[in-house]
Design a protein around this ligand. Structure first.
Ligand code: HEM
Length: 421
């Protein structure tokens, strides 16, 4: 499968917008604060800013308290409990925020609707399908993105590879024609960047709606393809299929779910390894450590540190009473560094750490649908970097502050300037 890599032109560089949103040089490290919170209590009552109440979906018409205060869960066992108890902690609050942009998709559905649609959609993400995408698509894209930086002897691997990679993979999985990729990437990135420019994101969302609708109609006319859109059209459960709007909602949902997260995850892990050359060298000599390294990277620096739920009834968690209608934030970042689970070295990256489940892909019924795809992309990226960039290291002429991982909810380094050889 071939994709045109010249998709992004300089005057319309989508990375520039991301750069702005990430904030080059602006280092925010929430982990010391998370540690303090964990020490004090499993669950904290926090005053909500208006924006958070909207984003998290605190219920209007619930208890008056629920519009002013939210609850943040910071210890691992309680965070896991909230994510598993979807009857008490609803995902419907996302509809009023992300839902405006994405449509009604599985991330904002509760049972039984969620079970039905997830069953239909996950048919496109089987293990067999992932093997095929790896050999037919992902390896080729990784290599094509690496080519210029390998030829140049180094460069900013975030801008050149980790940022464009997941979006190009999605374009390939959707089976988009080469001629459309430029516009698709531009509009998709505008929509994913909703935290930075909401109006532009809405424009992107509308463009994608119309574009996907036209593609779905074409594929319905010529069924039987192996791309994600064709698989979703054909997916069937209990005699039911997805209609056009349901497919569009999922395709749009996949863009932030799959691109933003995977780009940050691969960047974070590589940053951690570059700053710990001994661990990078261990990976080089023992490739069987790669899957462990990927999970540890996700635990250590989760690309998303928080997700939201809404309490459907009065409930007590970890000794704190939470009234019905309250927004409940599950701090994945805080829970993933819980020393009760990972011991005194929980704050650091250690790829040899004994494997233990983390919460970066969430847990329970809404556990990430793209786990296999995310792991596969990260693995192929690491394998090819190790194959093609011997003695990889940070560019010693660049201020290390520029590669600091930053951000409160979405975290990644703004750039990683590397040299090798
Ligand atoms: C390292 C990369 C990724 C991370 C850290 C990640 C993380 C997450 C998290 C935390 C959730 C739960 C959200 C919530 O319930 O509030 C989620 C859900 C989801 N993810 Fe991922 N994700 C990643 C990659 C992907 C990829 C590649 C896809 C591609 C299909 C994907 C598709 C989804 C979907 C569709 C959901 C909604 C599942 C549901 O609500 O049942 N994710 N992801």
């Amino acid at each position: 499968m071939h994709q045109d890599s010249s998709a992004v032109t300089d005057e319309d560089d989508p990375f520039a917008a991301f750069d702005l949103a990430v904030g080059v040089g602006k280092v925010q490290n929430p982990y010391p604060h998370f540690a303090q919170m964990r020490e004090q209590a499993a669950v904290h009552r926090v005053a909500l800013r208006a924006r958070e109440a909207v984003i998290g979906g605190a219920a209007k018409g619930g208890s008056p308290d629920a519009e002013l205060y939210g609850y943040t869960v910071v210890r691992y066992p309680e965070a896991l409990g909230v994510l598993r108890d979807d009857a008490t902690f609803s995902s419907a609050g996302y509809q009023a925020s992300m839902g405006v942009m994405l449509g009604h998709s599985i991330v904002s559905m509760d049972r039984p609707e969620h079970t039905h649609y997830r069953g239909l959609i996950q048919q496109a993400f089987s293990r067999g399908a992932m093997h095929r995408w790896e050999s037919e698509l992902v390896r080729e894209i990784v290599d094509r993105l690496l080519d210029p930086i390998v030829e140049a002897g180094g460069g900013d691997i975030v801008k050149a590879v980790t940022f464009p990679l997941p979006m190009q993979v999605i374009g390939g999985m959707f089976g988009l024609p080469d001629a459309d990729l430029n516009s698709f990437h531009r509009e998709a990135i505008a929509m994913v960047n909703m935290g930075h420019d909401w109006d532009r994101a809405l424009q992107g969302s509308r463009w994608l709606h119309d574009y996907f609708l036209q593609l779905i109609q074409q594929r319905r006319a010529e069924p039987g393809g192996g791309d994600i859109i064709s698989v979703l059209i054909a997916a069937e459960e209990d005699g039911q299929r997805l209609d056009d709007e349901e497919i569009i909602a999922f395709l749009r949902n996949m863009l932030p779910a799959a691109a933003d997260t995977t780009y940050r995850a691969t960047s974070n892990l590589l940053q951690g390894l570059l700053r710990r050359p001994e661990q990078l060298e261990a990976l080089r000599t023992d490739r069987s450590l790669i899957p462990k390294a990927i999970e540890e990277g996700l635990r250590w620096e989760s690309p998303i540190t928080a997700i939201a739920r809404t309490a459907t009834r009065d409930v007590e968690v970890g000794g704190t009473d939470i009234p019905a209608g309250s927004m409940v934030t599950v701090s994945i970042g805080a829970a993933n560094h819980d020393q009760e689970r990972w011991g005194p070295t929980a704050e650091d990256l250690d790829i040899r750490r004994p494997s233990m489940a983390h919460l970066s892909f969430a847990n329970g019924p809404h556990v990430c649908l793209g786990i296999q795809l995310a792991r596969m992309e990260s693995r192929v990226f690491l394998e090819r970097v190790l194959d093609r960039m011997p003695r990889l290291r940070m560019d010693p002429d660049v201020d290390p502050a520029r590669s600091e991982i930053s951000g409160l909810v979405f975290r990644s380094p703004a750039e990683l300037r590397v040299v090798f050889g």
